[in-house]
Design a binder for this molecule. Sequence first.
Ligand code: TYD
Length: 211
Amino acid sequence: MAFIVFEGLDGSGKSTLMNRLSQILKDQKIDHEMTREPGGTELGDKLRDLILAKGPYAPTPRAELLMYEASRAQLVETWIKPRLQNGGWVLSDRFAASSIAFQAGGRNINEADVVWLNQFATMGLEPDLYILLDVTVEESKRRRKNRQDSTSVAEDRIEAEKDDFHNRVRDGFLKLAKNNPKQWFVVSAELSTEKMLELVLVRMREHKWLK
Ligand code: TYD
């Protein structure tokens, strides 16, 4: 059993890599399920729409943080914990570290407050491994633009933030990874998905989670 989380700037390729890892787990007959934050539950999906929408409902930074935490609390209690308790694996596109990087780093909210709220929302549940797909803000912007052009989905409220914000988010993730190398694995998102996957599999074999 393992709880693995993918983190990084938008456009870093988290969901593609997560789906590839899922295929490998399937091939090895490892029981697992995937989720994402914000969202992953009925309440979380409603909160996601409210959090990311631009316009009259746009929350203040503190309200925004509490909405991410509410989505997280619901996901941990009703979805993640029961699966881990049954011995299944959970892969998640984002988790508590995103609130440190985006709300403490990006929005300049006191980090100790975010750490405490994360602890409250997760009841202390920690991922076994955070995989950080590190990408420059310029490259992340380029990829987001390509995605918007090809899907005609407009950028959301967080994506629309200035470069400074995204640079602080990136630094926030890198600092977390540097301070906790046992829990974090950093991979350059400029590599191909297959190369990233290969590196991730090496790390997972070191933990003896995979053959
Ligand atoms: P994500 O699902 O990764 O976006 P997309 O599907 O567009 O790639 O995450 C939604 C946004 O929410 C993303 O910009 C990061 C942000 N976010 C926070 O600011 N704090 C958080 O705690 C989480 C989980 C996400």
